[in-house]
Design a protein around this ligand. Structure first.
Ligand code: CP
Ligand code: NVA
Length: 309
């Protein structure tokens, strides 16, 4: 049984296999409409339970479509509707019940420990749909999108991240090690990636490049990534943090320091870290990026269900 919790814990060859499958599968369903099932119905009869302790638009809808297109079904829950969320039932009992009714479990939570606890008691695969330390399904999908648009292996590209050191960046850092691409990060000193993640990069004999200057961080970039400065349930002084990121706004001027044909990606939802002109402009591929979540998550589901060929 394969879980999908953190990119850093998944072998690079498995991650590549998922992307190769996505490419094949996406091509094959060009003429199919939204809810038509892929040939062979590979997850026929399977049910994915997805539970959200935090808001979600894309992850929720894209997982629904992903399992549907593979012939299975999904049940979406909010934790406060369960005895677990009300504090009246343990994780171990809830996990046992989920394993009795369902075939896979996707969880978006504010607690990395909760994912690990569920993993301990589940007898079905668990997928991390965003946690404080990781957003692995988003970032694997983003690797696919980058390669789809540029038609180059990501290892040949220079990737920049302008923004907070958050869960999405942590997964992007893990991806930079697994897929061997150059990653430059632009953020204020106070918001640089933590020691734990930097030590992990070092241990894996790779390097990330950190700049406290946005212009330096995007120089020569093929791809510029960003995310909201204020993440879901961020408990800090929001006004102050936004002010600290003022010089890291992605606008046309900043993009002009990257490669001429560079692309802009953003996982959404967005705040004011990027100008409308860039976000809605020609270099931006954010809608294609969001759609690809469906395609990549299908291959992630197949991987977890032991059906990836
Ligand atoms: N990008 C992303 O995960 O979006 P949602 O929060 O809407 O799921
Ligand atoms: N970093 C953001 C990502 C949202 C998809 C958050 O955690 O809220």
């Amino acid at each position: 049984m394969k879980h999908f919790i953190n990119l850093k814990d998944i072998p690079a060859k498995d991650l590549r296999k998922i992307i190769v499958d996505t490419k094949k599968r996406k091509n094959l369903r060009k003429k199919l409409s939204t809810l038509e099932v892929d040939k062979g119905s590979p997850l026929k009869g399977k049910m994915l339970v997805q539970m959200f302790e935090k808001a979600s638009s894309r992850t929720r809808i894209s997982f629904y479509l992903a399992i549907k297109q593979l012939g299975g079904g999904t049940l979406t829950l909010r934790s406060n509707e369960l005895h677990l969320g009300q504090g009246g039932e343990s994780i171990s009992d809830t996990a046992k019940i989920l394993s009795t009714y369902g075939d896979g479990f996707m969880l978006r939570t504010d607690s990395d420990k909760k994912i690990e606890d569920f993993k301990k008691y589940l007898s079905i695969p668990i997928i991390n749909g965003l946690s404080p330390s990781s957003h692995p399904t988003q970032v694997l999908s983003d690797v696919f999108t980058v390669e789809e648009i540029t038609k180059k292996p990501i290892s040949k590209l220079s990737i920049s991240w302008i923004g907070d050191s958050n869960n999405v960046l942590d997964s992007l850092i893990a991806a930079s090690v697994k897929f061997s691409f150059k990653l430059s990060i632009g953020c204020p000193k106070k918001f640089e990636p933590g020691k734990k993640v930097r030590d992990w990069v070092k241990k894996n004999k790779r390097k990330i490049f950190i700049y406290n200057n946005a212009k330096e961080a995007v120089k020569g970039a093929d791809v510029i990534f960003s995310d909201k400065v204020i993440s879901l349930n961020d408990k800090i002084n929001k006004k102050k943090k936004i002010e600290q990121f003022k010089k890291f706004k992605i606008n046309k001027k900043l993009i002009s320091f990257a490669k001429k044909n560079c692309i802009f990606l953003h996982c959404l939802p967005r705040g004011n870290e990027v100008s409308d002109e860039v976000f809605l402009g020609k270099k931006s591929h954010v809608w294609q990026q969001a759609l690809n979540r469906v395609h990549v998550q299908k291959s992630i589901l197949l991987y977890c269900f032991g059906k990836l060929r």
